[in-house]
Design a protein around this ligand. Structure first.
Ligand code: F6R
Length: 608
């Protein structure tokens, strides 16, 4: 989704803006632009395509003098990707400039009204109405114009705004789209996300809905929609500056896959104490845990897939009924919730529009919400009743790997905790499970060290048209994530199927040479999935089997086998996903795809 940056300070603004935008590239974009006040007027450069083009056009920013500016990477929603539709957008005289992340839902009506008042539009975007509406309301007081604008807008927005006749200020505003501000030694910054400012400051303010910030070289003031000054507390970000850099790896995705053993350990170890699981941030008494009647796990994409896996874990271990919902469906389906329901929202970014809307829907009904979130201080983290952080650090590659792995761990911990408190597992069982949990990082390392073998196998499938992933139970959930990983970064069509469902239609798609990846990590389902494997094999499929070490029986019916180490049956996803992530990665780079920034995708999906 779109990325916003802004800088006002002692240094030349343009290089800082371009650097900030490069840190937001992972959010996905199709065009980019910057606007800088050069001492006389606002100078703007924007262009379709990658940031490289903008860097070339501005000689890495050198051609744009001035110490105050705003920048943007656009992910098209209204209007095709083009130079004209790229942000920033100007009013008619070029004295007010705006960058925007979000969607103005009533822009058609506003555009008609502005057109009647003589305003001419140069782009097809919803954002341009903002520049003209500000022009309409502006009488020399930026704050007044901005609050009047806010009263007229419907939809979601984070804005960076500059007024030429207030050259020592930038304004930032937010409603339902992420926005942070921070003050560093040499000036003040705005950004859509933390990585863009990490190099300059670790102390940031998360802007809430309806808040306005006035940034100057010396600092910043915060206001509410009634133009009253308010005070805010900064949040200190513990992330290491280098964590958002490639650190010698060819791609962020590879680096992040290699970080999985560490971040998995970082997520469980602070919560293990003397053979017990202590999750203080859960904020629930043992009685409240015993009283849970039903769990909903609500999320999008890969985060949803972790819920699919953990449904089996929560139900199997704690015997609590679980429904797993896509946030985009849940929010509109009027789910049946009561006071015994606990809703868990899982999100890496903490800003996914549908997940956030689902959370708000649940809270409106007075039901308890627990967020499992990676980005500290993000909207879901702030609005949930309680938040359990996954300690994955910044995830830059669009395709999630390390955040996914930590989301699984957070849910395993919860499931074991609930099971123990509800008397479903003994202390002895818990301790055996914790030993398995603590072995996962080392086992993941072992699987990662096998990457060359997987690369050789992946290279045979660069021309594949369709790939199927099959499994039962947790193995079906692993298949869903593996299939998403492959299709999103390699553009090869792929589907995940519950192995038992194949015969009900999908098996007709199997042809000579079609790759079918069968996941068989669940002992009690092994024979069943084996039969399905044989069925596709006899119809010409090439079979890749992923199973637990010792299950050599699969070799009779598979063309290629990947063994994962033995672990508890509920934790197998954490291991089986590693070779399948590597497979997707190597197919993608083998095909020459942009693995970290796949086409059409955005890291943080802040529009519904
Ligand atoms: C896929 C992927 C997405 C995200 C989804 C939810 O690799 O990364 O499917 O999992 O967009 O994002 P968060 O977790 O930020 O809510």
């Amino acid at each position: 989704m779109c990325g916003i940056v802004g800088y006002i300070g002692e240094e030349q603004a343009a290089p800082i803006l371009l650097d900030g935008l490069s840190k937001l590239e992972y959010r996905g974009y199709d065009s980019a632009g910057v606007a800088v006040y050069n001492g006389e007027e606002i100078q703007m450069v924007k262009s379709m395509g990658r940031l490289k083009v903008l860097n070339e056009l501005t000689h890495d920013g050198a051609m744009l003098p001035g110490t105050v500016g705003i920048g943007h990477t656009r992910w098209a929603t209204h209007g095709v990707p083009s130079d004209a539709n790229a942000h920033p957008h100007l009013n008619k005289t070029g004295s007010i400039v705006v960058v925007h992340n979000g969607i103005i839902e009533n822009y058609v009506k506003l555009k008609q009204q502005l057109t009647r008042r003589g305003y001419e539009f140069r782009s097809e975007t919803d954002t341009e109405v903002v520049a003209h509406l500000l022009d309409y309301y502006y009488r020399g007081n930026p704050l007044e114009a901005i609050t009047r604008l806010m009263h007229r807008l419907e939809g979601s927005y984070a804005f960076g705004i500059m007024f030429q006749d207030h050259p020592d200020e930038i304004y930032a505003v937010r409603k339902d789209s992420p926005l942070i501000v921070g003050h560093a030694d040499t000036g003040s910054l705005i950004a859509s996300d933390v990585p863009a400012v990490l190099k300059y400051t670790r102390s940031v303010y998360f802007i809430e809905n309806g808040e306005i910030v006035r940034l100057t070289r010396e600092g910043m003031q915060f206001y509410n929609i009634d133009e009253e000054e308010i005070s805010k507390e900064p949040v200190t970000i513990a992330w290491d500056v280098n964590a958002a850099e490639k650190g010698g790896y060819e791609h962020f995705m590879l680096k992040e896959m290699y970080e999985q053993p560490k971040v998995v350990r970082d997520t469980f170890s602070p919560r293990l104490k003397n053979g017990d699981i202590v999750i203080e941030e859960l904020g629930m008494t043992d009685q409240e845990i015993r009283d849970i009647g039903k769990l909903y796990i609500v999320a999008c994409g890969s985060a949803y897939h972790t819920g699919m896996t953990c449904k089996y874990v929560f139900e199997g271990l704690a015997r609590i009924p679980v429904e797993v919902d896509l946030a985009s469906e849940f929010r509109y389906r009027n789910p049946i919730l009561d006071e015994k329901t606990l809703v868990i929202i899982v999100s890496q970014s903490g800003e996914t529009a549908d997940s956030l809307a689902a959370l708000r829907e649940v809270k409106k009904r007075g039901i308890r919400v627990l967020g499992i979130v990676n980005v500290v201080g993000s909207s879901i983290a702030r609005e949930a009743d309680n938040v359990m952080y996954t300690w994955a650090g910044p995830e830059i590659a669009v395709a999630t790997t390390k955040a996914y792995s930590t989301q699984l761990i957070a849910q395993y911990l919860l499931a074991m905790k609930f099971a123990k408190v509800r008397g479903e597992i003994s202390q002895e069982t818990l301790e055996v499970m914790l030993e398995d949990l603590e072995r996962l990082p080392e086992q993941m390392e072992m699987l990662l060290s096998n990457k060359e073998r997987i690369q050789r196998f992946a290279n045979r499938y660069l021309a594949a048209k369709d790939v199927f992933f099959i499994g039962r139970g947790i193995d079906y959930a692993i298949s869903m994530e593996s299939s998403l990983k492959l299709k999103e970064i390699s553009y090869i069509h792929s589907e995940a199927y519950a192995a038992g469902e194949l015969k009900h239609g999908t098996i007709s798609l199997i042809e000579d040479g079609t790759l079918v990846a069968a996941v068989l990590t669940q002992e009690d389902l092994f024979k069943k999935t084996m039969s399905n494997m044989v069925e596709v094999k006899t119809r010409g499929a090439c079979v890749l089997a992923v199973t637990v070490v010792g299950n050599t029986e699969v070799e009779k019916n598979a063309d290629y086998v990947i063994y994962i180490p033995k672990t508890n049956q509920y934790f197998t996803n954490s291991l089986a996903i590693i070779p399948l992530q590597l497979f997707a990665y190597y197919v993608s780079i083998g095909k020459g795809c942009d693995v970290d920034k796949p086409r059409n995708l955005a890291k943080s999906v802040t529009v519904e």
